[in-house]
Ligand binder design. Sequence first.
Ligand code: PLP
Length: 372
Amino acid sequence: MYQKGRAWIELNMENLSHNVKQFQKILPPHCAIMPAVKANAYGHGADLICSALEHMGIKDFCVASASEAVELRKAGISGQILILGYTSPHQFPVLADYHLTQTVIDYSYAKELNDYGKPLCVHVGIDTGMHRLGERSENIENICQIWKLKNLKITGLYSHLCVSDGNSDAERKFTFMQVKKFYSVADSLHKKGIHGFKTHMQGSYGVLNYPSLKFDYARVGIALYGAFSAPQEKTVANADLKPVLSLKSRIECIKPLHSGEALGYGLTFTAADEMTIAAVSIGYADGIPRSLSNKGNVLVNGHKTAIIGRICMDQLLIDVSGLSDVSPGDEVTLIGKYQNQEILASDMALSADTISNEILSRLGSRLERIAI
Ligand SMILES: *Cc1c(COP(=O)(O)O)cnc(C)c1O
């Protein structure tokens, strides 16, 4: 194994621990963090991130799928693992065998889970306005019926906010409407004598913009990794969050590009002058968006240098003209800090017309993940 060979991810676990403490400070005392570690912990590497979080005292996790949950069990994670998405009936044995907690997507899915015939742990999903998963909040009869299904061990009730990242009047009004609908479902259940379920509704922005809401868990994803979805977002709670992930690669070779010569697939960049260029061993198969062709920047020995030409599957080209201190083998930082220069995941996301969540979660399996 060649550590830090071609392209890799460095994980700063001190920053992760710092972010956990920041959230613990913001959240009400009895609310536990249930980190969202789906999509390989937003590209960071779920095994490394989850074991580190377990050492920090985190006991509950949420993922997107049954196979992600099984991976965590195999990596030794012993706490509650909630599957936020759909699990097909042919995978129900896995839920029982690995003691996983499945989301009840709606009443008919609850009956399917019950028909499996063995006890299964579940959280009931409620749709309060996003209209993705969950039984619609007004179908209170159906929701109560779920508690009559003998094989379901119901330990949670949850919903999801869909505009909590925005702070316009309309967005705040919609969010409070969602919260009200959710509380009213919980109240109806309590009035029927149904108790003993934990509640949760907030992701990162639900916590950062509505810090005083009271739930038992907060399903924090992107912000726990120290990233904002977009650059310089202002939130109601003032959290000091530090990026956990750096993305690095190496210069493979350096050569001149003469005035008038073009480079790369499609010859989309032409030298206006004599230039020095370098090939870097990372490409779109590693998760660098191809839309950053002729657009993005990287850090080389503290210099911000431009990506030129089209990004290839495994490589990209940069302009190192005028940099005397650059040699083959040198490290290139695509996301992260070098001395006083920094490229945030959200900066890369902005250039690629997306959010940092997408950039990070698509970082490829070829990248080594190294905890530092
Ligand atoms: C992904 C996800 C989260 C985490 O969202 P962040 O904005 O990354 O904090 C929480 N809840 C659900 C249902 C999700 O799908």
